[in-house]
Design a protein around this ligand. Structure first.
Ligand code: T4K
Length: 429
């Protein structure tokens, strides 16, 4: 398969486009009746937030054939070694240790960095960030975010440090880097380990340097829904030789050779077929970025000037992967709440998501540990009530985005009717 080039002025079509129910010629999107108001849903099949990017299938197939011919399926095989080397070259880091998913990569890094006791972490993240700590009995201490960036607020981090604190885990949410300098300064001064959960930030940069370079280590996820996917997969990257060696042992039961175990370990190895997918996606990275960027700009222009709805911005002076298109709905100025808008979209089979509602502190086991956490996590609660992730990626077309945007515009225009109709609908979220 030839990967199409995406240029600024040429109309593009998605690789795996879902087919809308409505014929292009029949209805101008703006004038169709919303499904909430009794119309036909805009999409025949669910339109997901982040369907996997696939890349060049022929290349992937060739790699899979090679794996089968070699009969070497896992345990640090040649495909995994090649993937790790390509990641090292791409990111410009010293070491890359791939794993079977991002969560185990976090778990290994946390243990490898000896993060015990309490670790400061945002609540506004995918729950895996907190679970990776709690799973090994290290207590996640939830810290509020800066509402402008959705990332850890360094001023709040200082307030949560106690004699039991051993580290900080920052999350570069939506691929927008944390306030890295401030967090590095705190970690240095208070002698804490600093790990970044960079699951959203593969291919992004900060101050001209690739994400992957910062803190003591950074972790990527290569889950199917991520910008670069390996079906399932993850990686820890670091410049620290000793940590890298320890992590390599730990991901393979602690073995240093055929017989000798040097460290407590687990089975966190990436299989060869996952590395084949990862390599194939990596080769198509420029195409994925171009499509994501184009989708992002399409949404921004088509949703501009709506009252109370703002599409989150990316700093275009830095490298970004544009993997998430995030709308923020202000309940004071938007005629519909975020949840009402979500119901409208779901009725059209547009499966927008409330990432990362309601915040980890409102999920178990953390809700029971910290029943009053919401009192100090005011920005987390405020933002998690406003955010809506919209469908993007290489599986959706420009036409899909036009339809999604027209549904949102129509819903806001006819908000009074929509509100009334929603009261009669069963809740879908
Ligand atoms: N840290 C952060 C900040 C993370 O965001 C994540 C993962 C992690 C750590 C942990 O990394 P991993 O251990 O997962 O490598 C998804 C993903 O499952 C999860 O990996 C991701 N974050 C999170 C943000 O999103 P869900 O439950 O919201 O969505 P899911 O997996 O059902 O899929 C999303 C959409 O994509 C669906 O609406 C359906 C569609 N889809 C999904 C899959 C798996 C497909 O079309 N094809 C597919 O193969 O968690």
């Amino acid at each position: 398969m030839v990967i199409p080039q995406v240029s600024e002025d040429v109309e593009f079509h998605a690789v795996d486009t879902l087919v809308p129910v409505i014929d292009d010629v029949e209805l101008t999107p703006e004038y169709r009746t919303l499904a909430t108001l009794g119309g036909v849903p805009a999409f025949a099949e669910p339109l997901h937030v982040g369907r996997p990017n696939i890349g060049d299938r022929e290349q992937l197939q060739k790699r899979i054939d090679g794996i089968l011919d070699r009969r070497w399926l896992t345990n640090n095989g040649p495909m995994v070694c090649e993937f790790e080397q390509r990641l090292v070259d791409f990111l410009g880091v010293k070491h890359c240790i791939t794993t079977c998913n991002g969560t185990t990569a976090l778990m290994l890094a946390i243990r490898g960095l000896d993060m015990q006791g309490e670790v400061i972490v945002p609540s506004f993240t995918f729950v895996a960030t907190a679970h990776a700590l709690q799973w090994q009995e290290t207590r996640p201490v939830f810290c509020d975010i800066d509402p402008a960036t959705h990332n850890l607020d360094p001023h709040q981090v200082e307030r949560h440090i106690t004699p039991r604190t051993t580290g900080i885990v920052g999350v570069h949410l939506w691929g927008r880097p944390c306030d890295i300098e401030a967090l590095e300064e705190i970690a240095r001064r208070r002698k804490l380990s600093l790990l970044f959960d960079s699951s959203h930030a593969f291919g992004c940069s900060h101050a001209g340097r690739s994400i992957g370079h910062f803190g003591n280590a950074e972790v990527f996820s290569f889950h199917a829904t991520k910008f670069i996917n390996a079906f399932e997969g993850g990686a820890v990257v670091t410049d620290n030789d000793e940590l890298a060696q320890k992590l390599r042992f730990m991901r393979n039961f602690g073995f240093s050779g055929y017989d000798m175990v040097e460290h407590l370990g687990m089975n966190a190895k990436m299989p060869e077929i996952c590395a084949a997918m990862g390599l194939t996606c990596l080769e198509n990275l420029d195409y994925f970025v171009a499509v994501n960027r184009r989708n992002y700009h399409a949404y921004r222009s088509q949703l501009a000037d709506l009252p109370g709805l703002r599409v989150m911005e990316y700093d275009e002076r830095e490298r970004r992967n544009y993997q998430y298109v995030i709308a923020e709905v202000d309940p004071d100025t938007c005629p519909l709440s975020r949840d009402e808008l979500l119901q409208v979209l779901h009725a059209e089979r547009i499966l927008a998501r409330r990432y990362f509602y309601p915040g980890c502190h409102r999920m178990e086991p953390y809700r029971s540990f910290y029943p009053l956490a919401g009192l100090t996590l005011t920005q987390t609660e405020r933002i998690s009530d406003r955010v809506l992730a919209l469908p993007t990626g290489t599986a959706i077309s420009h036409r899909d985005i036009e339809l999604v945007a027209s549904v949102i515009r129509s819903a806001i225009r006819d908000a009074a009717q929509v509100k009334q109709a929603i009261r009669m609908l069963p809740a879908t979220v």
